[in-house]
Design a protein around this ligand. Structure first.
Ligand code: BGC
Length: 921
């Protein structure tokens, strides 16, 4: 038995984070027993025990001890677990270290001439007076900062302090610089523009939404081997030199000129007192996970038909690069980024106004270039100015927030589906860059709330972004405070007001999804008042005359079914008001559920009553007295099913029909697509869900895969059939919303569906498909590692393997299984352990359509229906009495002059039978 995945606030050994009352979590692996009998958590500070739970019942998903923490203190902790089989294990020693926790600063805010475009480096040589035993730096530099000690970056972190509502709060980073100070004492902080003061947001001419000046505060605390402590805060004894970086912002890139001569070093300027106090009041220990360089990609060198030199890293990603250069002095090397080639040539019109380039002027020496104060969304890098471009000199570096991004994995026997899952993962990696962005490449990259909430369930399956979302939600809460409960369209808001349903509902949906995935109630505790504030805001706007429905709504964004003249082409055909109320209802229900989890019964009752009133309004406004929904789109039916707005069978039947009427294709946008396959499966139409998933044509997920996508596209047809970009106005090749379908792959194709927070208990109900043939899913969930695998051994034999983690239970529903299969597996209710079974299925796994199938079955699927349609006109008008007959029996009836049918020849049954069998999977 072994203790694993130890985290505090969902972070491994957090340094300097805002932790509140820390939440401890862990899992148990390799145990003989199936659950914990008792656990013990001990927290100490420098060997002194500050908390010891003794052997008791502890919640491994989120255990809090009511600790009161001291600033700048490293606490060690260890957890021990005894299993029900008598084993015992103790975790490796873990730690967390507090930041300044709001204590006063012994440092002053500095600034410098901010008109000078060469970026400043604030520095000081520390007058150290002994052997350094421990050293920490507490820093906030605006817009971006990079702390270096003796020329070496204090950490691999990029783009610190990240983005946030800088008008409300500023994040302090804590760095352990003990090691770096052994070799010298030069401390430097280089500043860039970033989100704070660089060009960003929708106003192209505007830079500096939050400020125009470079500003820095830094407190260095050194403990000597002899026990003395010294503090070196930024003050007038710091100086400023200018680096060779002459330009930087997030959209346009960075420029460095190594031919420039040194500018005189000047003394740093103190920020005026009022401003300094304002800034100090906003300082908080960090919430942002560090943005870190992660995967690296070697590239291939492509010479395009236009003669350009382009490096292809094979993966669309967010990040930077390293480029080795050795060119004569004065040579200008230019690297420009793009996502796709067009007719083989470099292309990037879809980046809109973002210049996305790195420009370097050589001093004649050899250097490895790496942008520091920008990032790009790219797969292709066009390079100019190199005498002999060499792929070996360029490395693409994916850079994003440091959360585990591969804790959920699915591999099937279908290469396209596997690529789709990885595309969704890369969509997540590329867009979880400190805030949850819409895209990483064009002049946008903003924290769109709608996109984030739509994708959040998939994100919480593919990875473990609880701490990432904690920061996003903290920022959102700050914005809500500013806007009286309203959730802005983007977080941080960059001064953009305004909201809509679906987007603002992120405030309720994301914390609820995080809680469901992790089982940690602290996210609900932190957010509940802001979740409620959002719903209250909508209620206020709604007033007594249903005003919410008359506000501007984005609706089923980018759906394909917009048919009303004058409507914005981006909005889809589903009544936006209807969607807005459905989400309002959903949010009110979520607040009620969350309040119940927290034991706030009055609050729960209040929001339940509100939800009832909203539901009554929806029913009276959009439903016939008999219960038919008069918003008749795929997305409306999806919403009806997802939020239980009408009779399930009736909504599902209409949804399936609408898909069929659309040529067996989806037409949904951000809203409908998120739930489409799930609601189909939940209503018993998994076959239709599989048909949609595996459809290779436009519109469908595999269309993009087949056109070379390595992330998820913003639009179903971002590229047309010929691979041409379909438009440049709003067309990113790295948007994650449609990647939410991977939730269906986990929950239905693999069949793992949590039914208790943190996956403490789950339904395991795999839905195998001959078209995938095999599937293996592993999920390092909050409670531990789940595994579900199935394999169609042959047309009648299925092998299923299930691993239930320690501390969890599963209710299993084997597909096409009789009682013997359950017995061989070990039962329907499983506790922790490994189980497998191979059994004869009660129905064939391989679908071989034939003339013995009923007409109803044959017209239900696109492929078989089109065979029937070749012989029988008006397949939608078949006489009802023929539907439940086998095709063979129905044919004579159909050929006996039934109106609208063709004359069928004698051997029609055999020909049809052959054509149908040719469709066998
Ligand atoms: C973004 C979307 C976003 C939308 C809403 C777009 O520009 O890229 O993903 O949700 O705007 O207006």
């Amino acid at each position: 038995m072994r203790i694993a995945a130890c985290t505090v606030n969902h972070i491994v050994n957090p340094l300097g984070f805002c932790l509140g009352d820390p939440t401890f979590a862990w899992t148990v692996e390799e145990a003989t027993g199936s659950r914990a009998q008792a656990s013990r958590l001990v927290v100490s500070d420098g060997g002194q025990v500050v908390a010891d739970t003794g052997w008791t019942d502890l919640d491994s998903l989120g255990c809090r001890l009511g600790l009161t923490l001291t600033p700048r203190t490293r606490y060690e902790w260890q957890v021990s677990v005894r299993s029900d089989a008598g084993e015992e294990a103790t975790s490796d020693a873990q730690w967390f270290e507090t930041g300044k926790l709001g204590e006063p600063w012994q440092a002053r805010w500095l600034t410098c001439d901010s008109q000078e475009e060469r970026h400043p480096v604030f520095f000081r040589d520390l007058p150290l007076s002994g052997e350094v035993a421990q050293a920490r730096a507490y820093v906030c530099g605006l817009g971006l900062y990079e702390l270096r000690v003796n020329g070496v970056p204090a950490s691999e972190e990029r783009l610190a302090p990240g983005t946030c509502a800088y008008d409300r709060w500023l994040q302090v980073g804590t760095y352990d610089i003990t090691q770096q100070l052994q070799d010298g004492s030069l401390v430097e902080v280089a500043l860039g523009n970033g989100w704070y003061k660089g060009r960003f947001g929708f106003d192209p001419g505007r830079g500096g939404w939050y400020g125009d000046n470079w500003e820095l505060i830094c407190e260095l605390r050194v403990r000597y081997a002899d026990g003395r402590e010294e503090v070196f805060g930024t003050d007038v004894d710091w100086q400023v030199r200018r680096s060779n970086v002459t330009f930087s912002n997030l959209y346009d890139g960075e420029r460095r000129d190594d031919t420039l001569s040194e500018l005189p070093v000047v003394a740093a300027t103190l920020l005026d007192e009022r401003r300094a106090q304002e800034q100090t009041d906003k300082l908080e220990d960090r919430w942002s996970l560090p943005v870190m360089p992660q995967e690296e990609f070697d590239v291939t060198l492509v010479t395009t038909p236009a003669g350009e030199c382009v490096f292809d890293c094979g993966q669309n990603l967010a990040g930077t690069f390293r480029l080795r250069v050795h060119e004569p002095r004065g040579t200008v090397v230019r690297v420009q980024m793009g996502e796709v080639l067009q007719e083989g040539n470099f292309y990037r019109d879809n980046l809109r106004s973002a210049r996305a380039e790195y420009v370097y002027v050589s001093d004649g020496a050899e250097h490895v270039l790496e942008p520091r104060f920008t990032y790009f969304g790219y797969r292709y890098a066009k390079v100019e100015g190199l005498a002999q471009p060499d792929a070996a000199d360029f490395v693409a570096v994916a850079t994003y927030s440091a959360f585990p991004s591969d804790t959920g994995r699915v591999v099937t026997g279908h290469a396209g589906v596997n690529r789709l899952v990885e595309n969704a993962r890369w969509g997540m990696r590329s867009n979880f860059v400190d805030t949850a962005t819409d895209c990483p490449q064009r002049d946008e990259r903003m924290g769109w709330t709608g996109d984030a909430q739509v994708f959040s369930p998939a994100a919480l399956l593919l990875g473990a972004p609880a701490a990432f979302f904690a920061k996003y939600l903290h920022d959102m809460a700050h914005e809500q405070d500013k806007f009286a409960g309203m959730v802005p369209l983007v977080v941080p808001a960059f001064m953009l007001g305004g909201t809509t349903g679906v987007w603002g509902d992120a405030s309720c949906i994301i914390p609820w999804n995080v809680y469901r995935a992790t089982g940690d109630v602290s996210v609900l505790e932190r957010q509940i008042d802001h979740m409620a504030a959002w719903v209250d805001y909508v209620e206020r706007v709604d007033g007594d005359d249903h005003g919410w429905g008359r506000t501007h709504q984005l609706g089923d964004w980018l759906a394909l079914d917009n048919y009303l003249p004058g409507k914005e082409e981006r909005k889809g055909g589903t009544d936006e008001g209807y969607i807005a109320y459905a989400f309002y209802l959903n949010s009110a229900r979520i607040v009620a559920k969350a309040a119940r989890v927290l034991g706030r019964t009055d609050m729960a009752d209040h929001y339940d009553r509100l939800a009832d009133r909203v539901l009554a309004w929806i029913r009276s406004e959009w439903f016939s007295p008999n219960g038919r929904c008069c918003v008749d789109t795929q997305t409306a039916q999806v919403v009806n099913l997802a939020f239980g707005l009408m009779d399930e069978a009736r909504a599902a039947e209409r949804l399936v029909e609408l898909i069929r009427l659309n040529g067996d294709r989806l037409s949904t946008g951000f809203v409908g697509t998120a739930f489409l396959c799930d609601v189909l499966s939940e209503a018993g139409h998994s076959r239709v869900a599989y048909d949609l998933l595996l459809n290779e044509d436009f519109p469908g997920w595999l269309y993009a895969v087949n056109h070379g996508a390595t992330t998820i596209w913003e639009r179903w047809n971002s590229l047309d059939e010929q691979g041409r970009i379909s438009g440049t106005g709003m067309n990113s090749l790295n948007h994650y919303a449609y990647g939410e379908v991977v939730e269906w792959i986990f929950a239905h194709a693999a069949g793992l569906r949590s039914d208790a927070p943190g996956y403490r208990s789950a339904v395991v109900a795999p839905e195998p498909s001959w078209r995938l043939r095999t599937l293996e899913m592993t999920l390092e969930s909050a409670v531990g590692m789940w595994r579900v695998a199935w394999r169609c051994v042959d047309e009648r034999r299925l092998r299923v393997e299930i691993v239930v983690p320690f501390g969890a239970t599963a209710q299993v529903r084997l597909p096409f299984a009789d009682e013997a299969a359950y017995q061989a597996l070990g039962g329907r209710e499983l506790s922790a352990g490994s189980y497998q079974v191979e059994y004869e299925t009660t129905e064939p796994l391989r679908r071989v359509p034939c003339a013995d199938w009923t007409l109803r079955e044959l017209v239900a699927s696109a492929d078989t229906r089109s065979v029937i349609a070749r012989h029988v006109r008006h397949v939608d008008m078949l006489p009802p009495e023929t539907l439940d007959l086998a095709l063979r029996e129905a044919l004579p009836l159909l050929s006996q002059g039934v109106p609208g049918t063709r004359e069928l020849s004698e051997d029609a049954a055999e020909r049809l039978d052959a054509e149908l069998r040719a469709l066998a999977e």
